[in-house]
Design a protein around this ligand. Structure first.
Ligand code: MEV
Length: 437
């Protein structure tokens, strides 16, 4: 990581947006230009947008927030998140705050090895072809580095070649070659696809047969990240609920997800709420992350939980492991000014560090969801967000929203019509109370 950050900023949530931005700009040492870019209402110029995709007719915006309180490997990190879902950012920050007592999150990530797949069809003797490909390993590796010489110069490049015979439906047999390449700080999809296409003729020359698909695998299981966290019972205690009870309740929730794919899908969705939001903020391909995460969750032949929780020695211990192919350089990161800003907020200096933070955020998000679900349920928190949205829709001024939202919840009828009645009756004239952060 680069310059140390302070991620604990009490009272942040209660500040007006412009003051939050100024505070973040100071903490993250943003330049005046970067601060102004953050404040700009048009985060992506239309001509830049039009260069990114096709048939562009405008720009679509989502909120950019910052999850606070994160400590990862002993350093404070500000976590930029782009999401439309209420409660995700607040939940991550709350989970990170409770984790500080136990030292925060510990995380590590594998070297950034991606897999390029080449499918060879019509190979006369697949097993003999595999043996020939294995014997030609050095030649194949050299070819990869010829295709992407920059990667090798930057310390990455070709790492390994794996070959297998694949029995497919309709009695078809393929030879499948995996090209393992260290892509450095890039996500690497383009480079890997170029390598797979460029290496395929040589592979076919060695193996016989014809190259068919030549594309990266999104099951990036050589590029995994792990995080763990230890919540002390004292930090888990809730009103009228001892911390040990809360820990046991979260463990029970974890066991449910570990045993049941229906629950595991939702458990993992909550994890990806956090991971995708940071991926989006940093210009990364969240669909690739989703594909990798869910394929990895099914690696043992049944779909399981990506994060697990156990009560151990006076604490609740959580662990997560998943493939995280993210980059800090590359066309989409460099081409989007907000993504560059988000990376600056994070202060990470490599793709591996970014993957470590993502793993920690996924684990925090999962903890927050399980703690809420296993105790008071999630609707209570959701309802107060919803009530604030209803109050705003009914025409409440910003200083009336909190009180009106409270009055709506107390009335048991969180509807715009009811909000209008309460506004007219003066139920929202009390000063606003800050939301949770
Ligand atoms: C909602 O977006 C995510 C949760 O459903 C996750 C979970 O159930 O663990 C709350």
């Amino acid at each position: 990581m680069s310059a140390p950050r302070q991620s604990r900023l009490p009272g942040f949530h209660a500040l007006p947006v412009a003051e939050r931005r100024d505070l973040i700009a100071r903490v993250a040492d943003l330049t005046e230009d970067e601060r102004a870019a953050l404040a700009s209402e048009s985060p992506l110029a239309l001509d830049t947008a039009a260069r990114l995709t096709e048939n562009t007719i405008g720009v679509y915006a989502l909120p950019l927030g910052v999850a606070l309180n994160f400590t990862v490997n002993g350093r404070d990190v500000l976590v930029p998140m782009v999401t439309e879902e209420p409660s995700v950012i607040a939940a991550a920050g709350n989970a990170a705050r409770l984790a500080r007592g136990g030292g925060g999150f510990t995380a590590d990530a594998d070297p950034p090895w991606m897999i390029g797949q080449v499918q060879l069809v019509g190979v006369a003797d697949p097993r003999a072809a595999c043996a020939r490909l294995e014997a030609a390993r050095a030649r194949i590796l050299a070819r990869i580095d010829e295709i992407e010489p920059g990667m090798a110069r930057r310390g990455g490049g070709a790492r390994d070649v794996e070959v297998r015979v694949l029995e497919a439906p309709l009695d078809r047999t393929f030879v499948v070659v995996h090209l393992l390449v260290d892509v450095g700080d890039a996500m690497g999809a383009n480079a890997i696809n170029t390598i797979a296409e460029g290496t395929a003729p040589l592979l076919a020359e060695i193996a016989g047969g014809t190259p068919h698909l030549r594309i990266l695998s999104n099951l990036t299981d050589r590029r995994r990240a792990r995080a763990s966290v230890r919540y002390r019972f004292d930090d888990l205690a809730m009103p009228e609920r001892p911390g040990a009870d809360v820990a046991a309740a979260v463990e029970l929730a974890s066991l449910f997800a570990e045993a049941d794919p229906y629950r595991a899908a939702t458990h993992n969705k909550g994890i990806m709420n956090g991971i995708d939001a940071v991926a989006l903020a940093t210009g990364n391909d969240w669909r690739a992350l989703e594909a990798g995460a869910h394929a990895y969750a099914a690696r043992e032949g049944h779909y399981g939980a990506l994060a697990t929780w156990r009560v151990a020695e006076g604490a609740l211990v959580g662990r997560i492991e998943l493939p995280l192919a993210v980059g800090t350089v590359g066309a989409t990161v460099d081409g989007n000014p907000r993504a560059r800003l988000a990376l600056k907020l994070l202060g990470v200096s490599s793709a591996r560090e970014l993957a470590e933070v993502l793993a920690a955020v996924g684990l925090a998000q999962n903890f927050a969801a399980l703690r809420a679900l296993a105790t008071e349920g999630i609707q209570k928190g959701h309802m107060s967000r919803h009530a604030r949205a209803v109050a705003t829709a009914a025409g409440a001024r910003p200083d009336q929203v909190e009180a009106l939202a409270e009055a709506l919840i107390a009335s048991g009828d969180v509807k715009v019509e009811r909000a209008r009645q309460l506004l007219a009756s003066g139920a929202s004239t009390r000063a606003a109370r800050p939301a949770t952060s």
